[in-house]
Design a protein around this ligand. Structure first.
Ligand code: ADP
Ligand code: MG
Length: 328
């Protein structure tokens, strides 16, 4: 009850200045191709705002994070860590902070989300290049190297327990990056902003008319239909993980990119898409991947356990849409 009152007050306070200058705010967008993703930042700002400077800072923030976490960049922290022998690996605090949270999510999701899945992801990439399926021996080796307990963070060191431990931040880095952008945009002289990483969307402030931004979640089974249209309030992040956007094509078959760390194969949990809404971008991103792997029954048990504060939308492979309580 108290929370509702606070929220209402916050809305009233926010709405007043927004409606008073509603006439003058303009919509301006810029897009960047980074993190293997088309990123679009849309600003609602008065014409005298230096939006070019804001876009340029957004790009700089993203470039810095991409340079840290890319698995294909030769000099990235991820690549250097992956090539390092076991022992302490000195890293920057942004990476250590993200890794610490990623490992906690791994633990709480029983390994459904696991950044040490990198050897399996690389095996699938190699198999796609060579147009063949992984052999049992290759998969067993990659599975043996996938172990969330094989690393931990100590201050600004990542302790690697096994030589073969490698990390892939593809399931959490974009969400973390979106939160960095939100923090920056909140400090800018703008009315509101919408940041889209394709499968991750966040909002800052409100639209100039004072309303919340509306975001549609696609139903992949019925391409013409939306599973749900959501109103995202300031600070909320929406992350979607689906089996229909990124995949490895081998012998004409598609193998999607969300791996079940227990089997090494694309997760077959009866879901084709999961959307998570919460206030932490990294958590939204990682949980959408984790819930997809868990399947709806386990995911709902996890939700009910209350470990994290989030809401979710589930779309089964038959196109049935359901949501957690607060979204109904
Ligand atoms: P997208 O990158 O399209 O937004 P996700 O957020 O679901 O999709 O992340 C999928 C990516 O995360 C994969 O491409 C891979 O790099 C990595 N990944 C795959 N399976 C897992 C998993 N079980 N746990 C953690 N990361 C994973
Ligand atoms: Mg994700």
């Amino acid at each position: 009850m108290k929370k509702t009152v606070c929220l209402l007050l916050a809305c009233i306070i926010l709405l007043m200045p927004i409606s008073s200058c509603a006439q003058s705010a303009e919509k301006v967008s810029d897009s960047f191709l980074l993190m293997d993703t088309l990123i679009t930042v849309t600003l609602y700002a008065t014409p005298d705002t230096d939006t070019a400077a804001i876009f340029s800072e957004c790009r700089a923030i993203l470039e810095e994070l991409d340079a840290l976490w890319s698995r294909t960049e030769e000099e990235s922290v991820t690549t250097c860590f992956n090539l390092a022998k076991k022992g302490p690996f000195a890293a920057d605090w942004k990476t250590c902070d993200l890794l610490e949270r990623a490992l906690k999510i791994s633990e709480t999701t029983g390994g459904a989300f696991d950044i040490t899945v990198a050897p399996i992801v690389m095996l699938w990439q190699r198999c796609e290049e060579e147009q063949r399926l992984p052999t049992d021996a290759e998969m067993l080796l990659a599975l043996s190297q996938t172990d969330r307990k094989s690393l931990y963070v100590l201050g600004t060191n990542i302790i690697k327990r096994e030589d073969g431990t490698q990390i892939d931040l593809g399931g959490i880095g974009k969400g973390e990056a979106i939160s960095y952008l939100v923090t920056y945009l909140e400090s800018c002289p703008i009315e509101g902003a919408l940041v889209s990483f394709g499968s991750n969307v966040a909002v800052v402030g409100n639209k100039p008319d004072g309303r919340n931004f509306r975001v549609a979640v696609k139903n992949p089974i019925d391409g013409n239909d939306y599973a749900k249209v959501l109103e995202l309030s300031a600070g909320q992040v929406l992350s979607v993980s689906g089996d229909y956007e990124r995949y490895y094509t081998i012998g004409g078959e598609q193998y999607h990119h969300i791996i079940d760390p227990a089997t090494g194969y694309p997760a077959e949990s009866g879901l084709c898409s999961v959307a998570v809404i919460c206030e932490d971008g990294a958590l939204a991103d990682a949980l959408s991947t984790a819930l997809f792997v868990m399947g709806e029954t386990r995911a709902r048990e996890f939700y009910a356990s209350g470990v994290y504060d989030f809401e979710a939308i589930f779309i089964t492979s038959d196109g049935v849409v359901s949501t957690t309580d607060s979204l109904q």
